[in-house]
Each structure stands twice: as C-alpha cells, then as structure tokens.
Design a protein around this ligand. Structure first.
Ligand code: GCU
Length: 428
C-alpha cells in the first residue's frame, strides 16, 4: 500500500515537473528525428495517383478530408441570408490615390448577429475590376494604416504592452500601429486592391474566445456547445471568415473575384493556407512565417511542436489533433500536403532566417514536397533542390524565399508577393 502510494506520488510528481518545465525547442538540425512523409501521390488505399484527373477526383478530396478531420476541423458552409452593408465610401482616400470602402458583413443577415468589418482600399488609377490581396489583421482595421478615417474596431483585443490596447479595447494610439506590415501604397501602385478584417471579428483569439465568436453564434447550443473531435477550431473559423469576405468580393464589381490572393503572417498564414486549401476561389495563396500547423513539416519537430502548439493554443485546431502531441509520426498527413491541396494554383511560402521557432527549413521542405502534385499539371514547383540563400526568392508555381531577419512581414516580403502575384496574373 505504502509502496503503491509512493509509486503513484512519484508518477504525479514527474508529471507535474514535466508540465512546469519550460518547453525546450529543438534548434539543432542533427537532432531532427528520422521521419517518413506521407506520399501525396498515393491514395489512402495504396493506389498511386498518376494524373491530375485522379488527383482532383480522389487524391485531393481524400487529403482534404484527413486535414479536416485530424487537424483543422469541419466548418459549416456559407450561412443563409448573409447581408452586406456599405459603412463608408470615399473616393479621395490616401491623397486621392485610393477609394476606401468599409463593408459590414452580417454573417447571418441579422444586424445583432455576428459580423465582420471589411476594409478595402482600391487603386483609383487602375482599370476595374482589380485583383485583390485579402488578409486578416491582428489589431483591428485601424491598425493597418494611419489613415484617420478608418473605422476603429470596438471588439475585444489582446492586451498590448504599449497603450495601443487598454482594457482589451483599441485606443486612438493603435491607428497605424501595424502599418509596417501592410504595404498598402505599394500594392495600390501595382494595381492591387487590399482588403482586410480583424480576425477577432470571427473569434477572439483565446481559449474561451469561441463563446463570443462565430463558432458559438452558428451553433444551436451557442456557448454551451460541446465540440466533437473533428469540429472546427479557431483556425478553421478564421479561414471560414476569409471565405465570407470572398463572398462579398464576388458581389463587388470593382473587385475581380477571379484574382484574389489570400495571404497571412504567422497564425494568419496558417489560416490563409487552410482557407486556400478549402476554398478554390482563392487564386493565389501566400504563407508568411506560418510555421507549425502552417507551412512547416510537423514531423521534423524543429522549433514549435504539435504538442506545444496544442498546449499553448488549445483552441486553434480540432480536438483530434491533440492525439498527435508527441506522436507526429502517427499523423495521417503532413503539411506538404496542405500546400499540395492548393495545386495547380500558385502558392508562395516564405520564412525568415532568425525565425527558427517557425522552422524555415521545414517550411522550405514542405513546399518542396508539394512539387509532385504540381508536376501532375506539368507545372514547375520551386525549381531548386536546395534551400536558397537569404533574400534570394525562387520558384515558379511554388514560390519561396528566406528573408534575412526576424519573425515579421516586411516591405521586402510584400515586394516578393506583389511581384509573384503580378507575374501570375499577367500584370506589368
Ligand atoms: C506563436 C505561435 C505560432 C504563431 C505565432 C504568431 O509564436 O507559437 O504558432 O505562428 O505565435 O501567430 O505570431
């Protein structure tokens, strides 16, 4: 009895210690375990995929289903009765260079129901309809540009260390606080519109956030919903929101819904990849430093791991994904297949050399291992065998660069994305 008691005490102390010990990411390439990636050209029944038709009919749906059930969770479709309201319209924004529109999307059609606020800048000097860069923002639309006329978000925001967010609300100081991440003028000059909304419109980013977001609003049980293992997590909800913005874009005659680039940085890069995988209306997909659960291969366990992401962000993925904590080899998919789901549409993956947490090499390798699916369409993938040096963009239908610097999205990154999109859209 005594021995058993001590034995169980010993075990729980060990468990306590493991929980309290800080996570030690592996940043040593020599310590990356050996792993075998699932072959994107083999069907779950073991049959090979030899042509694009079989990929589209069988391979793609099978992989999409595995990602849905095991990683991101199942989202509902487009809700009935969605309504769009023009909140503001100014043809002389940004010194006359742009038209600024703000659209409120009432997701269930009810003005007291869930909504998202879409900010759009359109180049005045371009032939309409114009192609669009669409991405989520972290601190409200007013954070992407100092333009004083942007409607300030009134929603919950993560507390910031400076005075841009006080009591979880944006302050006037937050205007333009993320402007370095948004090359709006450059995009406009190149003939693109830029559209964005605050991701917290869809779901506040914390463990209980879903209760005041669309996941509860669209569920009959509301905040009492008990999620099944493959029901949607927050990333799937944010991706779903991007598709709802696309629903609006399809209705706006100034915007070209056939040329929409969905992009995102970090967790928004994960959401952009999933949005692009699920919703083939997105013509180009761009992942900036998306890392674990985004473009990086999970099996490498370099930097952030599945267990770590599921522990710190338990709301991001579906319940079943937790089954792969410290058990990556059991995953029925890996992230190269997420990139492959975007084929034959152009996709761009970017890393930063100081951003080891996101595993730049794992991001490059995922892009590389998506190539076989692009080849089914006779399309070049990356066009290189080795990871390129810093600030050396490569790629055909799969673009890649390793920017020198930290985890961020910068003017350099935008420059590559604008050029990549212009090339694929046949723009100057
Ligand atoms: C954390 C998280 C990453 C995520 C990043 C971000 O670092 O671990 O997975 O990409 O936040 O969104 O900035």
């Amino acid at each position: 009895m005594k021995a058993r008691f001590l034995g169980s005490l010993g075990l729980s102390l060990a468990a306590l210690w493991a929980a309290a010990a800080p996570f030690q990411p592996n940043y040593d390439e020599d310590k990356v375990p050996e792993y075998r990636l699932p072959d994107p050209l083999v069907l779950p029944n073991g049959k090979p995929i030899e042509d694009a038709k079989t990929w589209e009919k069988k391979g793609r749906p099978a992989i999409l289903k595995l990602f849905t059930e095991h990683v991101y969770g199942r989202a509902p479709g487009r809700p009935a009765g969605m309504k769009f309201q023009t909140w503001s319209y100014d043809r002389r924004a940004l010194d006359g260079k742009a038209t600024r529109k703000e659209i409120i999307i009432y997701l269930t059609g009810k003005t007291n129901g869930p909504s998202l606020e879409l900010l759009i800048y359109l180049p005045n000097q371009a032939l309409k309809p114009v192609p669009v860069f669409l991405g989520l923002n972290y601190f409200g639309n007013q954070s992407v540009h100092p333009d004083p006329a942007i409607k300030m978000t009134e929603r919950w925001l993560r507390q910031s260390k400076d005075d841009t967010v006080v009591n979880n609300r944006a302050t006037e100081k937050s205007r333009g606080c993320q402007a370095s991440r948004w090359a709006i003028e450059q995009a406009l000059e190149r003939g693109f519109a830029v559209a964005t909304f605050y991701y917290g419109d869809i779901e506040p980013d914390h463990e209980e956030g879903w209760k005041t977001g669309v996941r509860a609003a669209l569920s009959k049980q509301g905040p009492n919903t008990v999620y099944g293992p493959s029901d949607w997590g927050a990333l799937a909800a944010w991706a779903w929101g991007l598709s709802r913005a696309m629903d609006y874009i399809e209705k706006d005659r100034d915007l070209d819904a056939r040329r929409v680039v969905v992009f995102g940085h970090s967790r928004h890069g994960k959401a952009a990849l999933w949005a692009g995988a699920v919703d083939t209306r997105f013509a180009i997909v761009i992942s900036n430093d998306s890392g674990c659960g985004g473009a990086a291969l999970s099996r490498r366990r370099f930097g952030e791991t599945v267990e770590r992401i599921n522990t710190v962000f338990p709301h991001w993925f579906c319940g079943l994904f937790k089954q792969y904590n410290n058990n990556e080899d059991a995953l029925p998919v890996d992230q190269h297949q997420l990139i492959a789901l975007i084929a034959p549409r152009p996709v761009y993956v970017a890393s930063a050399d100081k951003d080891l947490w996101a595993d730049p090499k794992g991001e490059f390798l995922a892009a590389k291992h998506a190539e076989p699916v692009y080849r089914l369409y006779g399309l070049p993938g990356l066009g290189v065998e080795q990871m390129p040096a810093t600030n050396t963009p490569v790629g055909g239908h799969i673009g890649y660069h390793l920017r020198a610097g930290a985890h961020d999205i910068t003017a350099y990154d935008w420059e590559q994305y604008l050029r990549f999109a212009a090339r694929h859209f046949g723009m100057p």
